[in-house]
Structures are given as C-alpha cells and as structure tokens.
Design a protein around this ligand. Sequence first.
Ligand SMILES: *Cc1c(COP(=O)(O)O)cnc(C)c1O
Length: 354
Amino acid sequence: MLNYRNEPEKMPSYDGVEKNYRIKVNANESTLNLPPLVEERVINRLAMLAFNRYPNEEYYSLVEQIAKNFSVDSAQILLGGGSSEIIEKVFHAFGGAGRKIVYPQPSFSMYKIYAKAADAEGIPFDLDEKFNLDVDAFIKKIREVGASLAVVCNPNNPTGNALTPAQIEKIAASIDCAFLLDEAYVEFYGQSAVNLVKKFPNLIVARTFSKAYGMAGARVGYMIAQAEVTRMINKTFMPYHMNVLTLAAADIVYQMRDEFIPRLQMTIAERKRMFERLEKLSGVEVFPSETNFILFRLDKAEELKNYLESLDIGIRYFSPNAFGLKNCLRISIGTRLENDEVFSAIKNFLEEGK
Ligand SMILES: *Cc1c(COP(=O)(O)O)cnc(C)c1O
C-alpha cells in the first residue's frame, strides 16, 4: 500500500464528463475556434518563441496590456492557468483549517472542491427558487459566520442570471473579508465590476480567456485587485507557472480582442432567440441568462439528455443531488445551425414523448 496523505481520497471530483460530441454544448466553451485573422497571427508569433528561456517578457507583456485596458497598475494583475488556477490560489490564500468560505448555491461546483482543497469549511448560501440571491441575507451570513472569503460568480454559472453592479458594490462595502468575484461570463453581460477594485481593498475580480475568447485549451485567466492583495496571492504561485506558448498566444488574442466582438454579439443574439423558442415549449421552464448558456428545467431531463446523447449532442445534466438543480439541463450557445439542431431535437423529444 502506498502511503498517501489522507486528504486526496476524501476530495470530491469534478463531475463534468468529457466526450467529443458532434454538437458539443455541454461545457460553455466557445463553439468557434479563434477568428482566422487572430489564429494566423498567433501561429506566426509561436514560430518566433524562445523555447529555451523562462517566460518573463511574455508574462509581463500580457500583464501590461491588461493593466492598460483597465487603467490599473501592472502590480494589480496576476495571470493564472485558466481562472481556475486563480480561484484555487485565492481559496488557498484565504482558506486554512477552521476558516470559512461562503458562496451561493447553486453556483460553480468547483467552489466546494476548492474550499476543501484549501482545508477550509465551505459554507453554501441558498439561492431562491428563481435562483435570485438575497443580497442582505447573504451579507448577514458572511458576517455571522466570520468568513475569511466570500465568493460570487457573476453572471452565475449554471443559472445564468446576474447581480447588478450596485448589488456587487453593496456586498463589497458591507463585508470586511476578502470578496472574490468570478467574472468568467461577464463579456456576455457587459457590466463588469473591475472598476470597483480601486474603491474596495477586499475585492478580487477573476476573469478568463476560456469563454468569450475561445481559449479554453490554452488555459489562461487573470485577476485584478489592489497591489497589496496581488502581492500576497502571488506568494501562493510557483515561479514560471504560466508557459510561454499560452502567454504568447494570449498576448496576441488580447491585442486583437476587437475581432471577437461580432461573435459575442452573435452569441448574445442567439441566446435571446433560443430563450424565446424554449420558452414557448410547454412543460419547459427556462431561466433568463446573461451568459453564453441557458439553463432550463423539465420533468424528463435525464431522458432528454440521453436522447440528445443518442444524436451525438452533448448537453449538461445535473445530478439529482445538486442543490436546486433537480431536472435541470444547461446548453451552451453554439452557432445558429447548431442551436437550430439542438432546438429541433428538444422539440421532437417533447412532441413524440420519447
Ligand atoms: C469556466 C469557468 C471558469 C474558468 O475556467 P478556466 O478555463 O479555468 O478559466 C471559472 N468560473 C466559472 C464559474 C466558470 O464557469
């Protein structure tokens, strides 16, 4: 028997099962690869890399671009291998034995796992049946338990709804502990709270290239906070944790981010179209979304998931023990053609009682 420490065996695992579906709308990825113009520039850039050197210049080049875009100091930015790594490090920095981390549920299923990994107590705070957050009660809970970290995903995954910037500001202003705001989907919402960072020393905003920028495979995200916060969080990272391939590619993508505007607009328009069509189906409850996905509920959710799977369409089904998500399914927005096909399949399933 190998002598593992005790904790890993007790860790829950992430329940997203991955398979290459013909139509893959289960993981909130961008359905399109990089815009051709951007891809060409990325490939050219990769041809000039110094593979033999540690990636200093490439790291700071991207940091400076991001800092400039948000009019903050470059000392306020840290990069991570996806915002997953950022979130993990923030949990690590504020977690620890006997300490508490509060987050709404249902929300990103990884928060529970990061809390556990950080040896902290994860305290979920229930959203109501419409998945709205009672902001005052949430604040009260955070203060009551003496949390060291509060986390909010805005807009929220997997429910799709969003708090207003004023609500975010209220939370930041009303709690003393660190406040991590996960803005993985904010490009589809348009109302970021990054500008609040200068006002609130407890606020940490995490962003990612994985969703709006179609870079999930490259693993790149970043955080913005006051310089004293980034200085502390930076201590939890290993040196050179970002690789040069990712950094160089993300540097080009960020330079060329305007090229993504048309597809963001397409996704938002398609989301609206899908929402309206799904809403007309009887027996289906659709939840409004400010993201690149839509959550809906129907009695035969598991059967529908299986039916779509038989057509090689992958959508996200939630286990019946996932809080508040009984009979819920989540589909990410694909191309117009993909969305049409997914919708027709759902409609067929309902009409033919499959
Ligand atoms: C996708 C996602 C992330 C980040 O994913 P990365 O690929 O690690 O950047 C973070 N939070 C939420 C809620 C997400 O859905």
